[in-house]
Write a protein that binds this ligand. Structure first.
Ligand SMILES: Cc1cc2nc3c(=O)[nH]c(=O)nc-3n(C[C@H](O)[C@H](O)[C@H](O)COP(=O)(O)OP(=O)(O)OC[C@H]3O[C@@H](n4cnc5c(N)ncnc54)[C@H](O)[C@@H]3O)c2cc1C
Length: 541
């Protein structure tokens, strides 16, 4: 049999299980694959690692590696590339987070010009404002962990796993990031991660490529109003552009509103423009932090010190009184950071560097909250959820004290329903104030603490030490997703109230995380191109 014929008979790929001490270089993988298939290793000249994951279930830790046996397809990474855009821009994208940036990228692939405006700064000067938050407790309402180039995604943890595979080409998003400097490992790891030291360079490389193609970016450009005109349809208006703070106007036939879940002033301006908003369930709770060694022991057991194992992650879920309580955005070897956008409110979130090597593990631990829950507590209307968030964020700031210090309770004290008089070491740079986090969470009249406590009991059974005195609960993790949805037509992706306005991404209720926000931006780009440049094909080729 010829080599080509032998190759044609082989499967496309094979999954191998490797012990912690087994070699995983190409030669070793080829050998293992050949033995597993009972064919000579010469049958296939190439092996390509396609997926890699760690399996720590059933008391033993192994690697699962999916190995491709056929030659690579030869298609260059991240194709098609953006091309030069021609003609005046008729599209304004508000918000340069993952949603807005990928919308601009997808439009440029189709040759459609756009202007991206963002209230914040580019990645470098934004870094100084983050230092101001961490060291001096100063919140700049336009430049912080949520606002600025790359949006909340830039100084985030950069975990790229998503359940949004039905929403679009996840692989395309990952390849685009890899093409702009993200580590190639994101293309094979089952839990891809970039880290907030590498993300800023990736984001600005994408911007620079787009600028070179003729896309315009403006920073320090906060949109304060939508400009509208009567449309052909009764009771509907159409978009004519946006007004920036300072009064300058930018005309547009299509506006993508990709402003994220923290731009509360945007919800107000939408209401002024007659755009309907709907209240939407979300989740709220705390960040919980442990020594990473505790998590490694709980997850890896006897193998916890094995040099080939990365710091361990976890995912925990429990149903309590019909409400989900779950861990969220877990950051092994990470840091808790102040993610406030308003001077009188405290919000925490988590991130890590690409090496994930801090001695701490943190995760959001949040309770699902329904519209009924906050209406019973006296918060009404489409922005009731925003008001609930704000009330608890203010209570958190007051309980923490000056300089963005955060209120915190040891998990063991929280389980006993009391506050703490001391807290363990923490990654949170502004510092922790020992107090009763349960009181902060329940301060607005929605019972979060009891549900969290019940779930913690179950989590401690699954991960020994999770609710011990080594764990600390830090308040408040309130910006998990938008408490508002801005309705849009499922086909045109436009607001039913304002023709040409495309509510998009996490802030409008259509995404939750970096990848799903990017995918939503790409969908919006296709919808806009279909209307404004019908000759263009889909942005994903
Ligand atoms: C610390 C932290 C860690 C995170 N870690 C992860 C993670 O590991 N993985 C993950 O998937 N997700 C993570 N997230 C969440 C993720 O960042 C968001 O889901 C994602 O960025 C949402 O994308 P978006 O484009 O919809 O909105 P955003 O990223 O919020 O971007 C909105 C943009 O709009 C701009 N803007 C707002 N209002 C205006 C206005 N009026 N005029 C002009 N511009 C405006 C803002 O400046 C901002 O740049 C993290 C978030 C934070 C804060």
């Amino acid at each position: 049999m010829t080599k080509t014929a032998a190759l044609a008979k082989l499967p496309e790929e094979i999954e191998l299980e490797l012990g912690l001490d087994e070699p995983d270089d190409d030669a070793a993988l080829r050998d293992r694959a050949a033995r597993t298939l009972s064919v000579p290793a010469e049958s296939f000249p190439h092996v390509v690692v396609r997926k890699r994951s760690i399996d720590a279930r059933r008391g033993r830790v192994v690697f699962h590696v999916v190995v491709g046996l056929q030659p690579p397809d030869g298609i260059p990474l991240g194709e098609p590339l953006p091309r030069e855009v021609r003609g005046p821009s008729r599209v304004v994208i508000v918000g340069d987070g993952p949603c807005g940036l990928f919308a601009a990228y997808a439009l440029a692939r189709l040759g459609v010009a756009c202007t991206v405006v963002d209230r914040g700064k580019t990645v470098q000067p934004r870094r100084h404002d983050l230092a101001g938050l961490q060291k001096r407790g100063i919140v700049d309402p336009d430049s912080n962990y949520c606002f600025g180039e790359g949006g909340a995604g830039t100084y985030s943890d950069g975990k790229l796993y998503t359940r949004a595979h039905k929403r679009g080409p996840v692989r395309d998003v990952l390849e685009t990031l890899a093409l702009h400097g993200a580590p190639p490992s994101i293309l094979v790891d089952a839990r891809p991660h970039i880290g907030s030291n590498k993300l800023p360079r990736v984001i600005s490389a994408m911007r620079q490529r787009l600028e070179a193609c003729g896309v315009t970016f403006e920073f320090g450009a906060r949109v304060v109003d939508l400009i509208t005109a009567p449309s052909g349809e009764l009771a509907r208006r159409r978009i004519r552009g946006v007004r920036l703070e300072g009064g300058r106007e930018i005309a547009a036939d299509a506006v993508v509103l990709a402003t994220g879940h923290s731009a509360r002033d945007v919800f107000d301006l939408l209401q002024r423009a007659g755009v309907r908003l709907e209240a939407k369930p979300f989740a709220l709770g705390v960040r919980i932090e442990h020594p990473q060694a505790l998590v490694n022991r709980a997850q890896y057991g006897r193998a916890h010190e094995h040099p080939r194992l990365p710091n361990a992650a976890y995912k925990l879920v429990e149903q309590v009184d019909d409400r989900g309580v779950f861990s969220f955005c877990m950051c092994p070897g990470g840091w808790i950071v102040p993610a406030s956008t308003e001077a009188d409110g405290l919000v925490v979130n988590g991130m890590s560097l690409s090496r994930r090597d801090s001695p701490f593990a943190n995760s959001g631990l949040v309770v699902q909250v329904e519209v009924d829950d906050w209406e019973r507590a006296g918060f009404h209307g489409p922005l009731g959820g925003v008001e609930l968030q704000r009330a608890i964020e203010r209570a958190s700031a007051q309980a923490g004290g000056d300089g963005l210090r955060a209120p915190a309770t040891r998990a063991s004290d929280f389980m006993r329903g009391k506050g703490s008089s001391s807290t363990p070491m923490t990654s949170y740079l502004p510092g922790l104030t020992p107090t009763d986090v349960g009181e902060v969470l329940d301060s607005a009249g929605v019972p979060f603490a009891a549900r969290l406590r019940t779930a913690l009991t179950a989590f401690d059974r699954r991960m020994h030490g999770f609710a011990s005195e080594e764990g600390v609960l830090v308040a408040v993790e309130s910006r998990t997703s938008a408490p508002v949805r801005v309705p849009r037509d499922p086909r045109t992706l436009e607001s039913p109230d304002l023709e040409g306005l495309h509510p998009a991404g996490e802030g409008a209720g259509y995404a939750g995380g970096i990848v799903s926000a990017a995918l939503d931006g790409m969908r919006i780009a296709d919808a806009i191109a279909a209307r404004l440049a019908p000759a263009a094909r889909s942005s994903t080729g």
